[in-house]
Design a protein around this ligand. Structure first.
Ligand code: ZN
Ligand code: ZN
Length: 404
């Protein structure tokens, strides 16, 4: 029987000592008997997802975890979001994350236009198909106030600054090229024209009149950010001869998975937040085993608790993962790798460059005396994110010898 592995990524797992937890980290404070049994029977240590001290974004971190060096394969956030939202991208597309926001007297009053989805689909559609110079605009609503906007055409670069100022009380920003290329110059010019025309169109939209009449804030500007330029890359199957499946709630993770050629499962109840159905994700992961060598299972909520500065909730969620997911994972897979994509200390409410605990369990594993925690007294793994796939491949006997 071919061996099957699961890679479980708990987003933002690593932390620093928290006063609310008597100086422990959420992972140290959590009661997690199944994870403890895995670390007692397996190998433990630390991972610098990109390199020591480098602060990873979730996008670059996951590229590394899937064996794609982010310094070679990271082409800007927008394309991973677009792929995760189900878009088919073409070579040379530039894709953005979009927010419908409320503008009053040219100033942004609410970056999320109230954070609801009333007529948002129609508002995004109203700029879909717009032509600017020789570029076609594709615009689609995704969730709440959010959407994806794609510039389709030639001669564009993603090396441009955002139109979204990321705060209220300011005007939409003028996008600027980040280098001296004609492509960046053109992309920035188009983005500025898109923002201007969008305001004109949306301010006169019947859907906004309806929104206002029904007591909602108007969504009268589409703020773009995170430009990404799409290039097709060799798939996991082509590069490593393996099939992987992705079980995740958030669009970004599904997008990175699709980018590298994973099969992305649609899991009902996987929401990418604290209300996600861990049971639905577990069932999907176990089922996906049949048609994959490695299943990637992503759990987002702990990172969100960190960004909100909530260590107690983060600890409780780790306990929930242990209770509701890990036992069946252990029973169903030959090899288990458990880690985070980066640290997000609750005290900082942001990602940090601190190494993340990592654990590998399975038949062909050594037993070290380490524990799965930031204060592991006896770690034996000191790895980078790029090493994870190699370790899994070798444990499931899918890696050839290097040399003779
Ligand atoms: Zn992350
Ligand atoms: Zn984060």
């Amino acid at each position: 029987m071919p061996k099957k592995a699961v890679l479980i990524v708990i987003d933002g797992l690593g932390d620093l000592p928290c006063p609310e937890l008597k100086g422990m980290t959420p992972l140290e404070a959590a009661k997690k008997p199944v994870i403890d049994s895995l670390s007692a029977e397996g190998e433990t240590g630390f991972m610098n997802t990109i390199a020591p001290g480098v602060i990873p974004g979730s996008d670059t971190a996951h590229l590394a975890l899937f064996g794609y060096d982010p310094y070679l394969f990271y082409f800007g956030r927008g394309i991973y979001e677009a792929l995760g939202a189900g878009f088919e991208l073409e070579e040379s597309d530039v894709a953005f994350r979009a927010n419908l926001a409320t503008l009053k007297d040219s100033i942004i009053k609410d970056r999320r236009a109230g954070r609801d989805d009333k007529y948002m689909k129609e508002l995004y559609s109203s700029v879909d198909g717009m032509k600017i110079e020789d570029i076609k605009v594709i615009s689609k609503h995704t969730s709440e106030h959010r959407g994806v906007v794609i510039f389709r055409g030639n001669g564009l670069s993603n090396l441009i600054t955002d139109a979204d100022p990321h705060k209220t009380g300011e005007k939409p920003l003028e996008s600027k090229p980040k280098d001296n290329s004609l492509q960046a110059d053109k992309a920035a010019r188009l983005l500025n024209e898109f923002t201007r025309r969008g305001i004109e169109l949306l301010s006169n939209s019947e859907w906004n009149q309806k929104r206002v009449k029904e007591g909602f804030l108007p969504g009268n500007v589409i703020l773009l950010r995170g430009a990404g330029a799409y290039r097709k890359v060799d798939s996991l199957e082509k590069r490593f001869g393996i099939r992987m499946s992705c079980v995740a709630g958030g669009a970004l993770y599904k997008g990175v998975a699709r980018f590298v050629g994973m099969k992305v499962l649609n899991v009902l109840g996987a929401t990418g937040d604290k209300n996600t159905s861990l049971k639905a994700k577990l069932d999907a992961a176990v089922k996906a085993k049949e048609e994959s060598d490695i299943v990637f299972l992503h759990i987002k909520a702990p990172d969100s608790f960190s960004h909100d500065g909530k260590p107690v909730e983060k600890k409780q969620f780790i306990e929930k993962i242990d209770k509701e997911v890990m036992k069946e994972i252990k029973e169903n897979f030959d090899v288990v790798a458990l880690t985070g994509d980066h640290s997000t200390p609750c005290s900082m409410k942001e990602h940090s460059g601190d190494a993340v605990p990592v654990l590998v369990w399975g038949k062909n594993c050594r037993k070290d005396k380490g524990i799965f925690s930031e204060s592991n007294p006896s770690p034996t793994l000191f790895i980078r994110g790029l090493d994870v796939l190699n370790i899994l491949l070798s444990k499931i006997e899918k890696l050839d010898k290097f040399g003779e």
